[in-house]
Design a protein around this ligand. Structure first.
Ligand SMILES: C[S@@+](CC[C@H](N)C(=O)[O-])C[C@H]1O[C@@H](n2cnc3c(N)ncnc32)[C@H](O)[C@@H]1O
Length: 279
């Protein structure tokens, strides 16, 4: 069916059976996983009740070890460059222009952001992130690529209400590998507010970890959603979400949705057509 993703699988990574099979196939990963699970357990306890505070602490711990791995799980510089380029080339292919005004949600250490900043006019890039540690790394990336003259904004946030940003300003909003780390309340909050800052005709692209089976999460770090759950959530906030088939062809494990303003609902019901005119 056009626009419908092919089944990616119904694996439930939270199930004990899945984890045992994975451990048998990857014995070298058992100890690092156990260490991560213990650290995350402690951080969850410390930041009970706030996913953002918990995930910010995860980012602080991961960034201290490797900013590259903190944003992509893979410490290699080649992979960091490759995934950044993939995001940039994709949007360029979809018509990203220097005059666009871009908001990147969860910009990390500017893996893709430095390319967006280089492409856009000065002052046209706005990056936000919950992690001050990764934003300090983002500033280092700016310096490394000599992008000071592009005067991008980089701002730490506590939530995704976007209340400090102007109405109808951003023509492109981008969030790569952010909702794959977000519980549904965080995504809901973002979708409730992103429409206000989105310019008419603008779009919001985000990636997510897709499952065709039961929705689940692992260590409150990785969240797996069905496409329809997110499409419905967007609709509840008056937005349309479209599955991006062309992104599926790229070597990236996540899927992508594009959100736009929904078709405006008329305030007054349209009058019935004049039978004489339509005859
Ligand atoms: C896997 S990294 C990806 C970073 C960047 N988008 C990239 O592609 O390199 C996820 C980033 O999203 C940030 N993040 C997670 N939840 C967030 C939220 N609710 N609001 C803003 N940023 C968030 C993290 O701090 C981290 O920098």
């Amino acid at each position: 069916m056009p626009g419908t993703p092919e089944a990616r699988g119904s694996r439930n990574r939270a199930r004990l059976g899945y984890r045992l099979r994975y451990a048998l196939r990857n014995p070298g990963r058992v100890v690092p996983y156990a260490r991560r699970a213990a650290r995350d357990g402690w951080l969850r306890l410390k930041h009970r009740g706030s996913h953002v505070a918990y995930y910010r602490a995860v980012m602080a711990s991961d960034t201290a070890r490797s900013p590259q791995a903190a944003t992509g799980g893979n410490p290699s510089q080649e992979r960091w460059l490759e995934i950044g380029r993939m995001q940039f080339d994709y949007l360029l292919g979809h018509g990203l222009r220097p005059e666009d005004r871009m908001l990147e949600i969860g910009c990390g250490n500017l893996r893709a952001g430095w390319r967006f900043i280089r492409h856009l006019e000065p002052g046209h890039y706005y990056g936000i992130d919950i992690s001050p540690d990764i934003l300090i790394e983002a500033k280092k990336t700016l310096v490394r690529y000599g992008l000071q003259d592009k005067v991008p904004y980089l701002t730490p946030v506590d939530d995704l209400r976007l209340d400090f940003l102007p109405d109808g300003w951003f023509t492109v909003v981008h969030a790569h590998s952010v909702f794959s780390h977000s519980p549904i309340e965080v995504i809901d909050e973002c979708l409730a507010h992103v429409g206000r800052v989105l310019a008419p005709g603008g779009f919001f692209d985000f990636t997510f970890d897709r499952t065709e089976g039961t929705e689940h999460q692992v260590l409150r770090e990785d969240f797996y959603y069905r496409t329809q759950t997110l499409v419905r959530l967007a609709r509840r906030h008056g937005l349309e979400a479209r599955f991006m088939d062309d992104w599926e062809r790229l070597p990236h494990g996540q899927s992508k949705l594009r959100v736009t303003h929904g078709t405006p609902v008329p305030h007054h019901p349209a009058p019935d057509p004049d039978p004489e005119e339509t005859a």
